[in-house]
Design a protein around this ligand. Structure first.
Ligand code: PLP
Length: 410
């Protein structure tokens, strides 16, 4: 990309170059197609379109309406759901809209604890959610799994108005049906936040959430491989209308129609057979990764993965999550540090790292390459007190740059 503004142009080029030469294991990142990227810099960027299709506060929205409706229809068919809102600027906004649409401040919400894999917007004290609503959390059991009977008994005592199923760092299948049964038994809404796993659900490789939930939120840029943004879905018209009003005019102004155009593209891409094949590869790679790391002495929270990610508990390697993230970054491997269940380190430090395979699978890496990466990680972490090895960094960059970041997926 060459822009007239040389300073910004240089930074874009540097970022592209960095992405090409880095093994990206950040579980929430991916490489969107060139179509998804380019639609965002189209003329749609210039248009104000407050409101919804056919109910806009501005004139000149005929093509905007068409593209937003196209995104909505494609999303409906991809996830087999009745009502879709494609306007949330991000996953955080989508969750905020659900809370504001269905609850009043100080209402009770039950969600997964942050240090066991929950998200900031699921009630963290440093987030609006934790400040405005009365959250209680459930936790993973000692084996690192969700414990539904425990969640049920917490719900019976706490009597929340909303229960959240969904996580940012949980490597196992989530049984949304069980969550719905619990929600029904205490007369609570069930919000399923499938931000991380929506690509796997769209590929029917993870148990469905939509038909079991009152309302569903998802980002579009994680396993779904679309633009940065989010969607809200529901099969219940009354609930959906409350949340739709909450997005606009409740918390957002003009929608990002250029991003909505990109969302439309990514929903079509995600409905292809090749995307299903991609999602299968993501999970196979994640399982292979867990095996390769376990063989090298690493402890995986819950012992493995059913999805695109997993958490490595580093406490037996005498290195904390932040140190591991930093040393791996020096060798051009990107991971995100992560709390582990019952972590005694602060969230800024942590005792683990979260690894994910969506990005490397988009570069068509397979088990053999994953095993090689596991070897690099083992070697770097084991020898982290040694002098920096420039030639190893060069080798890693050369290795990964053999797998181009695709412009198109077929
Ligand atoms: C990523 C994520 C979000 C928030 O998405 P942003 O677009 O970063 O605001 C919300 N919930 C969960 C579970 C997530 O993993």
């Amino acid at each position: 990309m060459h822009l007239k503004d040389k300073q910004v142009s240089d930074l874009i080029e540097k970022e592209e170059n960095r992405q090409i030469h880095v093994i990206n294991l950040i579980a929430s990142e991916n490489y969107a197609s060139k179509d998804v990227r380019e639609a965002q810099s189209s003329f749609f960027i210039n248009k104000y379109a407050e409101g919804y299709p056919k109910k806009r506060y501005y004139s000149g929205c005929e093509y905007i309406d068409e593209v937003e409706n196209l995104a909505i229809e494609r999303c409906k068919s991809l996830f087999n759901t009745k009502f879709v809102n494609v306007q949330p600027h991000s996953g955080s906004q989508a969750n905020m809209a659900v809370y504001f649409g269905l609850l009043k401040p100080k209402d009770k919400i039950l969600s997964l604890s942050l240090d066991h894999g929950g998200h900031l917007t699921h009630g963290s004290s440093v987030n609006f959610s934790g400040n405005l609503f009365n959250f209680k959390h459930y936790f993973l059991n000692d084996e690192g799994f969700l414990d539904y009977s425990k969640i049920d008994s917490i719900a019976k005592k706490f009597k929340p108005k909303l229960i959240i199923a969904g996580a940012s760092s949980y490597s196992r299948f989530i049984d949304f049906k069980k969550f719905r049964d619990i929600a029904d038994s205490v007369n609570a809404y069930l919000l399923s936040d499938i931000s991380h796993i929506s690509g796997l659900i769209a590929s029917s490789l993870h148990p469905d959430a939509i038909k079991h939930s009152h309302i569903v939120t998802s980002t579009t840029h994680k396993t779904l491989r679309g633009p940065r943004g989010a969607v809200i879905m529901s099969d219940n018209e009354d609930i959906f209308k409350l949340v739709e009003k909450s997005i606009f005019p409740g918390i957002q102004g003009g929608p990002l129609e250029n991003v909505i155009a990109s969302k439309a593209i990514s929903f079509k891409e995600a409905s292809s057979e090749s995307f299903k094949e991609y999602s299968r590869r993501v999970i196979l790679n994640s399982k292979a990764f867990c095996e390769a790391l376990t063989m090298r002495g690493f402890n995986i929270v819950s012992g493995g993965s059913d999805n695109h990610l997993f958490i490595v508990d580093l406490r037996n390697f005498e290195i904390n999550g932040k140190e591991a993230q930093d040393i791996l970054e020096k060798y051009s491997i990107n991971v995100s540090r992560s709390l582990v269940p019952n972590d005694t380190e602060k969230p800024w430090i942590t005792s683990g790292i979260r690894l994910g395979t969506p990005a490397v699978s988009s570069r068509y890496l397979k088990e053999r390459e994953i095993e090689k990466i596991a070897d690099y990680i083992f070697f770097i972490i084991k020898n982290n007190r040694n002098k920096f090895d420039e030639s190893l960094k060069k080798e890693i960059e050369k290795f990964i740059s053999q797998y181009p970041i695709p412009d198109y997926y077929e």
